[in-house]
Ligand binder design. Structure first.
Ligand code: AGP
Length: 608
């Protein structure tokens, strides 16, 4: 997704803006640009490709100014070219705009402006915003932006500067997040906190259809109807070192290795071992209705959806609640007839995924209560749900989600355990669950200690063009997630399948060049999984088994075995996904892929 970072204050803007853009690289982009203002002069530079390209262009140039806006663009309208990169200006080059989102009526507006003689230089919807703001400007930049907001349809997070108003930035939000950062050296605005966490952890969130005017000394907020707003400042937990590699070659590998810690973070302060009952303060605001809930719909996208698929098994195992799991992008088009006291649970790392947000809003319209499990504090989903649980996992920079997936599973287990212990789950079962959860961080470390072996397995099979992942019950979603991990960072085609479906078609695919990753821990599904593996082996398909430590039988059948420690059946996914993450990582590494920023992908998909 596109990234926005702005600064107005006492310091030179250029280095702050370039540093902020680098912190936003993980969102995925294909061009970048910056505009720095000093008095009535605005210097604007844009480039295609990485931030380093823009830096090369700026090197040696005297670019002074303590006000500026900068942008990384993920192309939606128009190719990734310098002409289409942001900032965009009006035809008189008075106004400079950067924009996240999509202006849905830009084509009509562009035609109308061209009829008025306006000459466009780019193919983008953003340039329409710049031209309109330029035409609407009559001395107040905030007024000009506000008027423009009333003329456009679609989504935007915008930041605007004007030659006539030095040391002032106007920002506005509709559907694309913007956060204000407050420091003694000035004020920031950014699409996410990582762009400014080096300078401040004091933030104020802009809500839907709100604007703000930032200056070196302060900021003012208002609604699109010019009604002034006061909003309290929040402190974010993240630190800049969270968004640095710390010696790892890639953020993805760092975040895979962070999982023992992030599981601890997910559990911290939330366990009552003696009572076998978790404490989840974040859902207490709705507890009186939630504890009576008998119908839960989990909505999410991508990896978060697969976490929801495990969640369904968890809730069915530990509670009396009927659970559906829906792809958010499909859910919102369904005829929704919720039984009374239905809760919708949104899972989202970013808290900004447009499809998930849209699904929540649709469910709210239909009378459901909304819960969220989110990593980014203060994100849109966390603000639009009535209650929820934060992952407290720190920023996940790698586009491929790893530590958040296991954190989501841990939190879903806590939620199911809490509800279950108020239904039919016994004290013994509750205590057993909590003990098993507490053992997970060290058990993940045991899996991670096999990294060299897993790398060797990846080296043997990374040239295979098609992979199959198989699992049953709790581990079927792990087959889906394992396939997604491999696809999205190595670009190898992979399919995750319920192992029971093999005989209904996919077994026709088996061949010596197609490895199958079989998730086969010692659980109720073990014997059936062994049969699946034998069927594959009898057709000379290579099998990489993810199996329970000490399983000698699997060693006689599978070509490769990656071991996971023994735990409760419904906690196996938190361990069995780690070998899948590492297999994907090492295959991508052998193939020389851009692991943290895979082609065409963005970390937070804030467009539908
Ligand atoms: C994860 O590896 C993917 N990059 C992607 O599927 C992601 O899980 C999905 O876009 C949902 O994102 P969210 O958790 O921020 O809502």
């Amino acid at each position: 997704m596109c990234g926005i970072v702005c600064y107005v204050g006492k310091k030179q803007a250029k280095p702050i803006l370039l540093d902020g853009l680098k912190q936003l690289e993980y969102r995925g982009y294909d061009s970048a640009g910056v505009a720095v203002q000093q008095g009535s002069d605005i210097d604007c530079y844009r480039s295609v490709g990485k931030i380093a390209e823009l830096e090369r262009k700026l090197n040696g140039l005297e670019i002074n100014g303590t006000t500026g806006i900068a942008h990384t663009r993920w192309a939606t309208h128009g190719e990734p070219t310098e002409e289409n990169a942001h900032p965009h200006s009006d035809q008189d080059e008075n106004v400079f705009v950067i924009h996240n989102g999509i202006i849905e009526n830009y084509h009509m507006l562009k035609k109308k402006l061209e009829k008025q003689g306006i000459k466009f230089r780019s193919e983008t919807d953003t340039e329409v915003l710049a031209q309109l703001i330029g035409l609407n400007y009559e001395g107040s930049l905030n007024e000009a932006v506000r008027k423009t907001m009333s003329q456009v349809e679609g989504t935007f997070g915008v930041a605007v500067i004007h030659k006539d108003v030095p040391d002032e930035i106007v920002i506005a939000r509709r559907g694309s997040p913007l956060i204000i950062g407050v420091s003694e050296d000035g004020h920031f605005a950014a699409s996410d906190v990582s762009a400014m966490v080096r300078y401040t952890n004091k933030v104020v969130h802009l809500e839907e259809n709100e604007l703000a005017t930032l200056t070196a000394d302060g900021f003012s907020m208002s609604t699109a109807q010019a009604k002034p707003i006061e909003r309290s400042m929040e402190t974010v937990e993240w630190r800049i070192e969270d968004a640095e590699l710390d010696g790892f070659p890639h953020f993805m590998l760092k975040e895979i290795y962070e999982q023992p810690e992030t599981i601890k973070n997910a559990l911290r302060g939330r366990l009552e071992p003696g009572e076998g009952v978790p404490k989840l303060g974040g859902i207490m605001p709705v507890w009186d209705t939630l504890k009576e809930c008998r119908h839960l719909v989990i909505v999410a996208c991508g990896t978060s959806y697969y976490a929801g698929c495990v969640g369904r098994y968890l809730f069915e195992k530990l509670t009396e609640i009927d659970v559906e799991v829906e792809l958010a992008s499909e859910f919102r088009y369904r005829k929704l007839n919720f039984p009374p006291n239905t809760f919708i649970l949104a899972l989202s790392q970013s808290g900004e995924t447009a499809d998930t947000l849209a699904a929540l809003r649709e469910a709210k319209r239909k009378g459901a209560s909304l819960l969220g499990v989110v990593n980014v504090v203060g994100s849109s989903i966390s603000r639009e749900t009535e209650a929820g649980v934060y992952n407290h996992a720190g920023p996940e920079i790698g586009v491929a989600s790893t530590k958040i997936f296991t954190s989501q599973l841990a939190i879903l287990t806590l939620m199911a355990l809490l509800l279950g212990r108020h239904q039919n789950l016994s004290l013994t079962e509750g205590v057993e669950a909590i003990r098993a959860l507490q053992a997970l961080p060290d058990q993940i470390k045991t899996v991670l200690s096999q990294a060299n072996h897993i790398e060797a397995v990846a080296e043997q099979y990374y040239k295979c063009g098609n992979w199959l992942f198989l699992g049953r019950k709790y581990n079927y979603p792990i087959a889906l997630e394992g396939a997604l991990k491999l696809k999205e960072i190595s670009y190898i085609h992979a399919e995750g399948y319920p192992a029971g479906e093999m005989k209904h078609g996919p077994i026709a695919l088996i061949n010596p060049d197609m490895p199958t990753v079989a998730v086969v821990p010692r659980d109720d599904m073990y014997e059936k999984m062994i049969s699946n593996i034998q069927e594959i082996k009898s057709r000379r398909g290579p099998v990489i088994a993810i199996a329970t430590q000490g399983d000698e039988k699997i060693r006689e059948i599978a070509d490769e075995v990656i071991e996971i420690p023994e735990t409760l059946q419904y906690l196996n996914p938190i361990l069995s996904v780690v070998p899948c993450q590492l297999l994907a990582y090492y295959c991508a590494s052998f193939l020389g892929r851009d692991i943290d920023k895979p082609r065409n992908l963005a970390k937070s998909v804030t467009v539908e």
